[in-house]
Design a protein around this ligand. Structure first.
Ligand code: COI
Length: 340
């Protein structure tokens, strides 16, 4: 039996819950990461002139550890996060993190905080690796020292209403990322730019913002905290990775499951907003949001209901299948599960 912290697991939302320890290591600009190790979870000292604080030289990852039906703790496709963190580091001019170094650090954090992993079916331990330029940097230039931290927090659902279909607004005022910018890196700046749009959307009664492409506003991009999919007939469509869209691990998993296990046709292509309004089903995907249906999209003050505002049958099927693989209820034929 895995020991657990005394936490009211049922009331967990998606927020910070302090755990026992976190990983910390540092690197010079030549990419030599030191041995690193676990330290108590808590505040760290940082120069006010740090590159990350002044010029946004920072990236992050998001992954989850689950207590599975086999009464053990498992990770879902951590190799995908390991590869993406290095791609993000490269784009932000930061030293890459070798895959085995990343995996070892993740395992140390999860093992040391294993009693914070929510019980089977009660959420997950959200793992947040971050890489920041931490040396003082007054002129705009890459920092001469970097810090790699991994902290974790037990979490429940990302949206406070769980999987109640989302009410989105397609933004005519803001873009999330620009062509040839940093949209496909998990850069901190991609998320700070969404704070005001989301605040305004929530004040008007929406749950989240659907961003349109900066180079063609007739096309859909992503939701900021998640990728977007549309089902029309037997075809599942998601925006192609143009360079300004994040290549989500859940996005990739849904495409594979839809094709291999559910016999759907999949298409990664430009996705017209007007086609989304006529979709049979729409849903968002991400590590944090898992698979969350979309019930309504408002554009130009006009609301377009999807599937009468309800979660669709196929969205439910894909969500169930993905979760059952993550929780080892379904055989892991795709080799996606990594034991702790
Ligand atoms: C995730 O799904 O892990 C993300 O990184 C989204 C996050 C901004 C909550």
């Amino acid at each position: 039996m895995l020991q657990k912290q005394k936490i009211d697991w049922e009331s967990l939302g998606f927020g910070i819950y302090p755990t026992r320890s976190m990983w910390k290591s540092t690197s010079n600009s030549n990419g030599q990461w030191d041995e690193g190790g676990l330290i108590p979870y808590g505040n760290i000292e940082i120069s006010p002139a740090a590159g990350v604080l002044n010029y946004g030289q920072g990236i992050f990852e998001g992954m989850k550890a689950h207590h599975s039906s086999k009464d053990r703790v498992v990770l879902f496709r951590p190799d995908m996060n390991a590869k993406r963190i290095s791609r993000s580091c490269k784009r932000l001019c930061m030293p890459e993190i070798p895959e085995d170094y990343f995996m070892n650090a993740i395992l140390e954090v999860v093992r040391d905080n294993i009693d914070f992993v929510p019980p089977y079916k009660m959420g997950g331990l959200y793992i947040r690796p971050v890489v920041w330029g931490t040396a003082p940097t007054l002129g705009v230039a890459p920092a001469s020292e970097y810090t790699f931290i991994i902290y974790a927090a037990p979490v429940g659902p990302y949206f406070k209403n769980g999987i109640k279909p989302l009410n989105l607004i397609a933004s005519q005022s803001y873009h999330r990322a620009a062509p040839k910018g940093i949209g496909n890196a998990k850069a901190i700046g991609n998320y700070s730019s969404t704070l005001l749009p989301v605040k305004e959307a929530k004040a008007s009664g929406f749950d989240e913002v659907l961003y349109l492409r900066a180079d063609n506003e007739q096309l859909v991009e992503e939701v900021g905290s998640a990728n977007i999919f549309m089902l029309k007939g037997n075809q599942l469509v998601t925006p192609r990775l143009t360079g300004s869209i994040l290549d989500g691990v859940t996005r990739d998993s849904v495409l594979k499951l839809a094709q291999d296990k559910l016999g759907l046709t999949i298409k990664e292509s430009d996705l017209l907003l007007k086609d989304l309004f006529k979709a049979d089903e729409v849903f968002c995907t991400g590590t944090a949001v898992v698979i969350t249906p979309v019930g309504c999209i408002t554009y130009n003050k006009k609301p377009y209901k999807i599937n009468d505002g309800n979660m669709g049958k196929v969205s439910s099927q894909i969500r169930k299948l993905l979760i059952s693989i993550q929780l080892e209820e379904e055989e892991d034929t795709l080799d996606w599960i990594h034991l702790i």
